[in-house]
Design a protein around this ligand. Structure first.
Ligand SMILES: C[S@@+](CC[C@H](N)C(=O)[O-])C[C@H]1O[C@@H](n2cnc3c(N)ncnc32)[C@H](O)[C@@H]1O
Length: 151
């Protein structure tokens, strides 16, 4: 089983992009922290389309609920974060059952979830300090796909 966890979000198009990549790469679950009202015709239509995608969309209200859910399902928990302890993605070896956590556009992965995870980062080479969250999640999912599923 493989899941991607968006631990709080601001821009619905980032959530849309993450769900779309998760579907394209055969992820089983997209777990989202918080329930927000989706406003606007375009966003409502997009949400309706996403619900027809393969990954199960799970919305949980607190980081504690996310923690319990991931532990119960025996996921290996990986946070994508720029962190002093983080392992560069190119050196990281995935476990088969994995939950890939990415953080809110402003505040990152909440500390209590970060603390129970292995931290992995994408090395940055330019002026920009960090990646767009949907790009980051997509690169991580694709890296899992390349290392674990492409023979
Ligand atoms: C825009 S960043 C949030 C940055 C936030 N201001 C902070 O300081 O934590 C949103 C998310 O993208 C992911 N991300 C962005 N750049 C990354 C990188 N270079 N390596 C790993 N994850 C990254 C992380 O999951 C991060 O929480």
């Amino acid at each position: 089983m493989k899941a991607v966890v968006f631990t709080g979000w601001k821009h619905i198009l980032n959530l849309a992009a993450i769900i779309r990549t998760a579907d394209g790469l055969g992820f089983d679950e997209v777990i989202v922290l918080g329930r927000k009202k989706v406003k606007g015709k375009f966003c409502k239509k997009a949400l309706k389309d996403w619900l027809e995608y393969k990954p199960k969309l799970i919305q949980l209200d607190t980081t504690n609920e996310i923690k319990k859910y991931l532990v119960k399902k025996n996921y290996s928990i990986v946070s994508m974060e720029l962190d002093d302890e983080a392992i560069p993605l190119e050196n990281f070896e995935w476990s088969k059952d994995v939950a890939i956590l990415v953080g809110h556009e402003n505040s990152g992965v909440p500390k209590d979830l970060r603390d129970i995870s292995t931290k992995v980062m994408l090395n940055m080479k330019g002026e920009v300090k960090c990646m767009n969250v949907a790009c980051d999640a997509s690169i991580a999912m694709y890296d899992y796909h390349l290392k674990m599923e492409v023979t």
